[in-house]
Design a protein around this ligand. Sequence first.
Ligand code: PGA
Length: 252
Amino acid sequence: MSSRKFFVGGNFKMNGTIKSIKAIVENLNQSNLDQNVEVVVAPPSLYLLLVRDHLKPQIEVAAQNVYDQPDGAFTGEISAHQLSDSNITWTILGHSERRTLLGESDAVVSSKTKYSINQGLGVIWCCGETLEQRESNQTVAVVTGQLAALKEALGTDAAAWSKIVVAYEPIWAIGTGKVATTEQAQDVHAAIRGWLKENVSPAVAEATRILYGGSVNDKNCKDLAKQADIDGFLVGGASLKPAFVDIVNCHL
Ligand code: PGA
């Protein structure tokens, strides 16, 4: 067993209503969650405070995006400072839905990540390849390229990297019901850890949690969780369902 604390994030994406999100919060509050797992949920920004106000303190709350500037004239954006002020302690960044649909480049993601960390937020930093890239054996090159852009912003500072959780999410597995095999996931996770060891430091490689994301559910989570380099999950669709609790409790 590694000393890394298992981490399960729930990414609600652009889903939910006041009513349904209150029901999710209620269900989490009433559940016995494995105390050895760090749980963070990311509702749409409109509901961040609703969730923070009602959710038990054991569970932290994440935004799904943040802007990399101090408060000011940036219509439609939310600042890291405003998140901290609201006790929202994490943000997701670099999700493929923002990289591909909204055109967020490596440079933008890296800048937002650096800014957020400097403001004291934790970052669930996402990376992953398309089906085409996997089929042409570019998976590791793509993911380490994304990591290299992050390192360009953060350097090798262990304190900065300690605020990051890496989420490996093959794009072809997101929302498709087509989960990566345990072997496919473990191989990429090991490659990510190897890259961190070579390019950041052995200590950072050892300490960094690497999550798997992409069609994780209560059925497939147990086998994935047994892999040496899988330190948790980033869960989309299933985080909206009661079975999210079973994913958090996958070791029990
Ligand atoms: P999914 O989404 O679990 O619905 O595949 C995962 C994610 O995009 O974070």
